[in-house]
Design a protein around this ligand. Structure first.
Ligand code: V0V
Ligand code: CO
Length: 146
């Protein structure tokens, strides 16, 4: 079961400036930030709300760390904007398998490491009406960075 919007991924050219926009305009603070070398992104998670499944919903601001990353490629073509949506689930492996059985391309054989120790996979946007869609199982404990 997919139980929440885990995050909306937003691609940007300058993470620090974009974080400042979300802080100054809406009052959203950075809950967590990290570099994910495998994905080629530097990212900031802005927590918007908790959810009744014990998880939370975030905005995920993404800046590419290298020219050949998926986000760099996307930014060069589209400019800044919404890059993907992510649904939260307690069982990313099971959800990926059952969605794959419905004929949607799942991009990874096995889920990979995502933000805050989560396990993530992606569905091909061409099989999802143009929306790059991520499935996420959060790590058990989510606490703000200090
Ligand atoms: C590409 N396309 C998209 C898209 N990216 N459509 C909607 N939303 C996107 N974000 C379209 C693109 O316009 C092309 O359509 C077609 O798909 C093929 O794209 P491409 O530019 O040739 O690029 P590919 O095929 O090399 O790569 C596309 C895929 C790639 C989706 C396969 O971006 C990918 O593997 N993404 C998953 C990983 C990822 O995005 N990581 C960054 C976030 P036309 O022009 O042919 O019609 S990392 C993250 O979220 C983390 C760490 C986290 O949440 O914890
Ligand atoms: Co994401």
């Amino acid at each position: 079961m997919l139980t929440r919007i885990d995050h909306i991924g937003i691609a940007c050219f300058d993470l620090d400036k974009t974080v400042e926009f979300y802080r100054a305009t809406y009052g959203f603070e950075v809950f967590h930030s990290e570099v994910n070398e495998e994905q080629g992104v530097r990212e900031a998670m802005l927590k918007i709300n908790g959810t009744d499944d014990g998880g939370a919903s975030y905005l995920q601001l993404l800046e590419p760390t290298r020219e050949d990353s998926t986000v760099a490629k996307w930014l060069a073509k589209n400019g800044e904007g919404v890059h993907h949506i992510a649904f939260g689930t307690a069982d990313v492996d099971g959800e990926a398998a059952s969605i794959k059985d419905k004929g949607v391309r799942v991009l990874y054989e096995e889920p990979r490491r995502g933000s805050m120790g989560s396990r993530i996979t992606f569905l091909h946007p061409k099989d999802c009406h143009g929306v790059l869609t991520e499935l996420v199982t959060s790590a058990p404990v989510e606490s703000p960075e200090h």
